[in-house]
Write a protein that binds this ligand. Structure first.
Ligand code: MN3
Length: 205
């Protein structure tokens, strides 16, 4: 049974950047539904029992039944993506990485600002619903990628490990920001905890 990550902050704590009603709805309705639907799909295929979500998402082709495969792709992706998203937000976030991740960002993107611009560009440019991610590869290199729907780089061979993900489905911002996705993306940086991203970077190496 997969379980949503527990939030380390209250639903209202990310105000005014991300509003309370959006957080309540996003976590208790959307994320809960992905989690419940993933668990329901997994119960129908005993070959998936006991596997980690990373193992499952890396081997979607091994799921014989196409309806179960689609359900696991959509809801398993949604489960993993939202655990990452909610777990990297904080009311009082570290505003920049230190150490290894800071060094690598400088090497691969030139500066933190340049990296944020690239993630913002891909998040803003994603047509319809999807995500933009910062991924870490085994050799330490970083890349920015965008996916549609609830797809994740974990589904790709050598897709790397996502260490930061920005949800650009309208449910993540529409109550407060309406059609202004760019304003939500800007606000996201005010609640993203770079210390948590750095922890994930070091774990991915
Ligand atoms: Mn979402």
């Amino acid at each position: 049974m997969f379980k949503q990550i527990d939030l380390s902050y209250g639903f209202a704590d990310l105000e005014p950047h991300i509003d309370e009603l959006t957080m309540v709805t996003h976590y208790t309705k959307h994320h809960a539904a992905y989690t419940n639907n993933l668990n329901a799909a997994i119960e129908k295929d005993t070959s998936l029992a006991g596997k980690t979500i990373e193992e499952i998402l890396a081997h979607l082709d091994g799921i014989a039944d196409p309806a179960i495969r689609t359900a696991v792709r959509n809801n398993g992706g949604g489960y993993a993506n939202h655990n990452l998203y909610f777990d990297t937000l904080r009311a009082n976030p570290a505003p920049a990485p230190q150490g290894k991740l800071a060094d690598r960002i400088k090497k691969d993107f030139g500066s933190l600002e340049a990296l944020k611009d690239e993630i913002g560009k891909q998040a803003a440019g994603r047509f319809g619903s999807g995500w933009a991610f910062l991924v870490a590869h085994k050799d330490g290199s970083l890349a920015v990628v965008s996916t549609p729907n609830q797809d994740t780089p974990l589904m790709e061979k050598d897709g790397g490990v996502p260490i930061l993900g920005i949800d650009v489905w309208e449910h993540a911002y529409y109550l407060k920001y309406k059609n202004m996705r760019a304003d939500y993306i800007k606000a996201f940086w005010s609640v993203l905890d770079w210390a948590e991203v750095e922890k994930r970077y070091e774990a991915a190496l």
